[in-house]
Design a protein around this ligand. Structure first.
Ligand SMILES: Cc1ncc(COP(=O)(O)O)c(C=O)c1O
Length: 389
């Protein structure tokens, strides 16, 4: 007998990736490219700052919105790197990862029934957090072609705007496709947001991971966008700090005030030691980034070449993040069936495109946040698994 559970939460699907994880748990010796967790180590000076914090007994509650020096360092970084002017006291909140930034912000802004435009394919949480806040996620198809890969098409957004539309989600560089939104695309979306009085949730955890001269732009820095842009940043990817769970939110004061309450009455602030580590990370040095991005690029070039040589993949060269999202060509299977085949026949785990939305069906995501040799082994296994196709 059930006493009843929250309809809103019940209505949020559990991730399809659980099927793959469960299968994987019954096997040994699996090589997996499903998780977007950098294989690099957190920089030494960052770890030292955390050790220092422990030694100094910096192990108590901190202000709910984050320690002042960290918020000041964030404001400085936002100004210098992202071109965003923010007030460290009123327009920034330190959060539990980028995820905490998105969660507190969606809870603070959305009301039941609010429609939010989410480019599809999407990072699953970008859609689920809208649902968790009681909103209605509206899929906006990304444009896809073999030559240009995935692109944001402003007209597709326009077509789906109704009088219930409250916000647009943007994630660039993009998970799962590796797309980097161009300045022109973002400008067009900024215009739409202003014309229709919409908020923009901008999710930017991969801001430092771009290739081939591509540039990351923060839409919150565009003229007229500060008052309507809610940006989630993370230390997870840039500094290989996924387990530290630290990120931050930049938003107009009235939103931070409400997000503050969500954080206060849920987790009551962020881990003190991780905040000291984040401060050291933001203060630098940042020279390690050049080598890190060069290594991701080397892996990207290899994985794209290997996948394209297999003929059953049409793999476009992504410009950012650390994912490739090839289209399956004539395999006669859903992406989930194909991924199950790879696991069964090749002991190789990856993520079916279908978990990233309707538009993800027919594609597969491979993360290349693993060593070159490990990725090569994964590619060898795929070749073995598809021999019979
Ligand atoms: C697109 C996107 N946004 C946000 C996040 C959140 O990362 P974290 O909560 O570790 O900062 C991730 C993590 O994979 C991501 O891929």
């Amino acid at each position: 007998m059930s006493r009843g559970l929250c309809g809103k939460v019940l209505g949020v699907p559990a991730s399809g990736i659980v099927t793959i994880r469960d299968m994987k748990l019954t096997m040994t010796g699996v090589v997996g490219l499903e998780s977007g967790d950098p294989d690099f180590d957190t920089p030494v000076h960052v770890k030292e700052a955390a050790v220092g914090a422990l030694r100094e007994n910096f192990t108590h509650y901190t202000p709910n919105s984050g320690i002042v020096p960290l918020r000041e360092a964030i404001a400085k970084k936002l100004k210098e790197k992202n071109g965003m002017e923010t007030n460290a006291n009123t327009e920034i909140m330190v959060t539990t990862g980028g995820m905490g930034a998105l969660f507190t912000a969606t809870q603070a802004v959305l009301s039941p029934g609010d429609e939010v435009l989410v480019p599809d394919p999407y990072w699953t949480s970008n859609m689920m957090q809208v649902l968790m806040a009681g909103g209605k996620g509206v899929s906006v198809p990304l444009e896809y072609s073999k030559e240009t890969g995935f692109r944001l098409d402003p007209d597709s957004f326009m077509e789906l705007i109704t009088d219930r539309t409250r916000a647009i989600v943007i994630n660039t560089p993009h998970n799962p496709t590796g797309m980097v939104a161009s300045k022109e695309e973002l400008k067009a979306l900024a215009e739409i947001a202003q014309d229709h009085d919409l908020y923009v949730f901008s999710d930017e955890p991969y801001e430092d991971i771009v290739y081939d001269g591509a540039r990351h732009y923060s839409i919150g820095s565009f003229p007229g966008m500060k008052e309507r842009t809610i940006t989630a940043f993370s230390l997870s990817k840039t500094y290989a700090m996924t387990g530290w769970r630290i990120g931050y939110l930049a938003a107009p004061r009235e939103i931070i005030e409400q997000a503050y309450k969500v954080q206060l009455y849920s987790v009551n602030g962020v881990n003190a030691i991780a905040q000291k580590a984040a401060l050291a990370a933001l203060e630098g040095p940042h020279d390690f980034l050049v080598d890190m991005v060069a290594e991701y690029k080397r892996r990207r070039d290899m994985i794209v070449e290997r996948l394209n040589s297999m003929k059953i993949f049409e793999c476009w060269m992504p410009q950012g993040a650390f994912y490739v999202f090839p289209r399956l060509v004539d395999v006669g299977m859903t992406s989930m069936e194909f991924v199950k085949l790879l696991l069964r026949e090749g002991k190789m785990a990856t993520t079916p495109g279908s978990i990233f939305g309707e538009r993800g069906e027919g594609f597969v995501r491979f993360a290349y946040s693993f060593s070159f040799e490990y990725i090569q082994e994964a590619m060898d296994r795929i070749e073995g698994a598809i021999l019979g196709l």
